[in-house]
Design a protein around this ligand. Structure first.
Ligand SMILES: *[C@@H]1O[C@H](CO)[C@@H](O)[C@H](O)[C@H]1NC(C)=O
Ligand SMILES: *[C@@H]1O[C@H](CO)[C@@H](O)[C@H](O)[C@H]1NC(C)=O
Ligand SMILES: *[C@@H]1O[C@H](CO)[C@@H](O)[C@H](O)[C@H]1NC(C)=O
Ligand SMILES: *[C@@H]1O[C@H](CO)[C@@H](O)[C@H](O)[C@H]1NC(C)=O
Ligand SMILES: *[C@@H]1O[C@H](CO)[C@@H](O)[C@H](O)[C@H]1NC(C)=O
Length: 411
């Protein structure tokens, strides 16, 4: 009897393994929440309210302004789209704000080479009080999303118990799989359990979700960026090993283009999120973005590093008394991303170090490209001393790669 149960459990856990083949690199795109929240007042604010129009206009920008071609392909709806349930219990969008329905929006996104993401909540209500996906509705809602040709689901955790979440997230993973449609699955589950073991089982999350929110919602301020960064770094021994192709930690959206970050801080968030192998979800008004912010978000070398095929999350490797920190992410081709980050608030800091001091070994020659300026620093041996000048609350970011010895055979 016991053996039968054990066998059955083994089979069940086999079935739950998430092998949807999606998100081999961190997802990139646009997500409505941080910038547009639950603005449902289309009478007074028709350009910015959560509506079909907003998503279509963002889709146009993603397709026309270079975003899509750089990899920013997800157009993701967050809370406040739901109108209710019909007589058969099917979810329906708000009829006034989404008059053509979600399938129409998905078709529109697909016609532009984009993907559509949607939002629900595993509890009685969404965080803003719209109808949730209670356990009895999981299968039906998964089928609805698949029927609409949705490509990603963010499943929030408001108004649910820990037991409901423990049942609901794996149940939704299985229900999405059963639809036969590849739908990337973003789980807010760990954020509701404090983000850490023993309450959070990261092996189980890897088997259940493609990405997960570990910690608090980001707000439009540098303080919020720092609080999230601090939490991720404090727990990097737990979090760093669990990220990889198909399963990512999500420190939440990029604020770049909004109101809370200075130029240096915007560059810093982009660089730090990139070394953390974080999803790059912009949440900003793409219709009014400055050229300066666009340069930060559309930096090809930055994106190449974020999307590195090895999918290894970086770590903070050094915290100096001078309030300089060094972050490192290993990349394909024996390359690395290095981020020199200043938490100072006085003036540009001349930070002197060497690869040896950063624990690089070997006698090989390296070259580095400054990711933001494009400058190339050549002739770097491990013992070479160099200086980077880091602005307050800013970064210097390097792409560091080995240089082939002259005359040695090409790989
Ligand atoms: C469902 O899961 C199986 C393996 O468990 C996988 O082979 C298949 O591709 C998945 N299908 C979808 C649509 O995610
Ligand atoms: C969800 O609703 C049910 C039925 O009204 C109620 O019993 C339960 O306490 C609610 N759960 C939460 C977490 O609010
Ligand atoms: C975590 O979940 C995995 C299944 O994915 C399971 O094998 C393991 O026993 C769980 N660990 C704990 C501590 O519960
Ligand atoms: C370098 O290695 C030493 C010894 O293992 C360790 O104490 C130090 O923290 C490391 N420094 C960096 C920057 O990784
Ligand atoms: C680099 O600087 C250190 C002192 O910080 C010094 O001991 C070392 O000799 C210098 N190395 C080179 C190659 O100049």
């Amino acid at each position: 009897m016991l053996w039968k149960t054990v066998l059955l459990l083994a089979l069940v856990s086999q079935v739950l393994v998430l092998e949807n083949g999606l998100l081999r690199t961190p997802p990139m795109g646009w997500l409505a929440w941080e910038r547009f929240r639950c603005n449902v007042n289309c009478d007074e604010d028709p350009k910015n309210c959560i509506s079909e129009r907003l998503f279509m206009e963002m889709a146009d920008r993603l397709a026309q302004d270079g975003w899509r071609d750089l990899g920013y392909t997800y157009l993701n709806i967050d809370d406040c789209w739901i109108g209710g349930r019909d007589d058969n219990g099917h979810l329906v969008p708000d009829a006034k704000r989404f008059p053509n329905g979600i399938a129409f929006l998905a078709d529109y996104a697909h016609s532009l080479g984009l993907k559509l993401g949607i939002y629900e909540d595993v509890g009685n209500f969404t965080c803003m009080g719209y109808p949730g996906t209670t356990l009895d509705k999981v299968t039906q809602d998964a089928q609805t999303f698949a029927q609409w040709k949705v490509d990603m689901l963010k499943l929030d955790g408001c108004f649910s118990t820990p037991e409901e979440r423990a049942k609901g997230y794996p149940m939704m993973a299985a229900a999405l799989n059963a639809t036969g449609r590849p739908i990337a699955f973003s789980c807010s589950w760990p954020a509701y359990e404090g983000g850490l073991p023993p309450k959070v089982n990261y092996s189980l999350l890897i088997d259940t979700c493609n990405l997960w929110r570990n910690y608090d919602d980001i707000q439009d301020s540098w303080r919020s960026v720092l609080s999230i960064l601090d939490w991720f770094v404090d727990h990097q021994d737990i979090l760093q090993p669990v990220a990889g192709p198909g399963h990512w930690n999500d420190p939440d959206m990029l604020l770049i283009g909004n109101f809370g970050l200075s130029f240096e801080q915007a560059r810093a968030q982009m660089a730090l999120w990139t070394v953390l192998a974080a999803p790059l979800f912009m949440s900003t008004d793409l219709r009014t973005m400055s050229a300066q912010n666009m340069d930060i978000l559309q930096n090809p070398l930055m994106i190449k590093i974020n999307q590195d095929p090895l999918g290894i999350q970086g770590r903070r490797i050094l915290k100096e008394k001078s309030y300089i920190e060094v972050y490192m992410r290993p990349l394909a081709g024996y390359s690395y991303a290095l981020v020199f980050f200043s938490r100072r608030t006085d003036m540009p800091y001349h930070y002197r170090t060497s690869l040896t001091q950063l624990n690089f070994t070997g006698s090989g020659l390296h070259e580095a490209q400054n990711v933001y300026t494009g400058d190339v620093i050549s002739g770097l041996r491990t013992e070479t001393n160099f200086t980077v000048v880091i602005n307050p609350s800013g970064v210097v970011m390097w792409y560091l790669y080995p240089v082939r010895k002259l005359g040695s055979p090409q790989q």
